[in-house]
Design a protein around this ligand. Structure first.
Ligand code: BTN
Length: 323
């Protein structure tokens, strides 16, 4: 564990109270300069830490910290979890670990991502403290055709978790976006990992990014019209990111156990905000309009085109047309 993470842990334990530099130094066998450096690193990562010559350091901004201990305590089954204060992308870390041969299932969570990734090579805005960034690595016995179904299972898992923790109704925009009303609250990026030797798809990383609360300073301009968060700037008493993470994971693991008999796809259809809607499809260089008639048990979108023909979509992007 990095020194800054160790210092963060101590500040979290004393959430809202000052901890003297001396106490931190004794606990971690660090000099005052090393503690100062760690605090500076944490501040650069976005943590607000007050300092006082007499009292020491205090972590500001609430006690809602993601932690391995906190998530595990809320799970009914043991699960391997790794927590980082900052990573490039939890999906990238999980994929790296898969290549290194780590055993699965394994969860990677982070407080912030410097290179959070979305679908289609887009960046995923991942500020510190306001979001949940989580990747689940699994090594299932499945065919590539299952990929969409896995993403659909993740979308249901998140929707259920959101509804368990709030009064909001979560809907799904094919294939992997979760919406509250007209705005996106969560994105899911499912990636396959093929083995160097076998060249076969050996593992799958399911990356989930949920806007937990409105970030300090709000969403950047380009997201203001389209993004929302589960909560405003204030989170209801007793609700934590650890809870959200645990609920998502419990739901997801239970749905993944049903992949071969996907009755849950009925729930996916019921939550869908695109069924029977007029849409525009963007598929490679192609762009066309149509109406969504059905979503298959494999997560494919059945679209009737304007000329009356029918297509099944298994990839690509869609937008709902305002008609
Ligand atoms: C999308 O909206 O297109 C998908 C966004 C997926 C974001 C999550 S955050 C955790 C994981 N790590 C990443 O870099 N991406 C996923």
């Amino acid at each position: 564990m990095k020194t800054s993470d160790k210092v963060l842990l101590i500040l979290e334990e004393q959430c809202g109270n000052f901890v003297s530099g001396e106490a931190i130094g004794v606990k971690l066998s660090l000099t005052r300069a090393a503690i100062w450096k760690a605090v500076s690193t944490l501040r650069q990562q976005g943590y607000t830490i007050s300092s006082s010559t007499k009292l020491g350091y205090k972590l500001e901004g609430g006690c809602d910290r993601l932690s391995v201990k906190g998530i595990k305590a809320l799970l009914s089954e043991p699960l391997e979890i790794i927590h980082y204060s900052e990573v490039d992308s939890t999906n990238t870390v999980a994929k790296r670990l898969a290549w290194e041969g780590v055993s699965a299932p394994l969860v990677v969570v982070a407080d912030t991502q410097t290179k959070g990734r979305g679908r289609g090579g887009k960046a995923f805005f991942s500020p510190v403290q306001s979001g949940l960034y989580l990747s689940l690595l699994i090594k299932p016995n499945f065919t590539v055709a299952m990929a969409l179904r896995i993403t659909a299972a993740a979308a249901i898992a998140v929707s259920r978790a959101i509804e368990e923790l709030s009064n909001e109704k979560a809907t799904i925009k094919w294939v992997n976006d979760i919406f509250l009303g007209e705005k996106k609250v969560c994105g899911i990026l499912t990636e396959g990992v093929s083995g160097f030797e076998s060249g076969k798809l050996e593992s799958v990383v399911i990356g989930i990014g949920i806007n937990f609360k409105i970030p300090k300073g709000g969403f950047p301009k380009e997201l203001q019209e389209t993004a929302t968060a589960l909560y405003g700037k204030k989170v209801p008493q007793g609700v934590t990111k650890n809870q959200l993470a645990a609920k998502v994971l419990e739901n997801l693991l239970s749905l993944l156990a049903q992949l071969d008999h996907p009755q849950f796809m009925e729930e996916y259809r019921q939550r869908s905000m695109v069924l029977n809607k007029e849409i525009t499809v963007y598929h490679g260089r192609e762009q066309y309009n149509g109406v969504v008639r059905h979503i298959t048990d494999d997560g494919g979108l059945i679209v009737t085109l304007e000329d009356g023909s029918e297509r099944e979509l298994n990839s690509g992007e869609i937008t709902i047309r305002k008609v």
